[in-house]
Design a protein. Sequence first.
Length: 112
Amino acid sequence: MTFNRMGTLPLPLALHLATYTVIGLFCAFAGGLNLIDPTKIIPNALIFLGLAGFSWGYVFGILMARKEVLAMGLVASIGYVAAGIWQLGPHWALGAYGLATLALYRRRILEA
């Protein structure tokens, strides 16, 4: 990964890393809330806190330019998409339509 003189990341990579950072934040918050109830520590809190650590570890690995984390990120992305499709069931097409519409509007704005 190369940086320009300003030391900034390319926009697509920055958005990708921001997505994993937000996933980590939500998982850390959910894990913290599940720590309150002693009956939910083992099944829920540890899983959410593990996902938070995984997401933040991936972001840190990319920012430190570690090539080992690229495969981890690919597996994580596929896993998150599969979990999202599994949770949405037959309504996953709505999300795909929304992403296609967003891409179309973005292309039109950039052409103008």
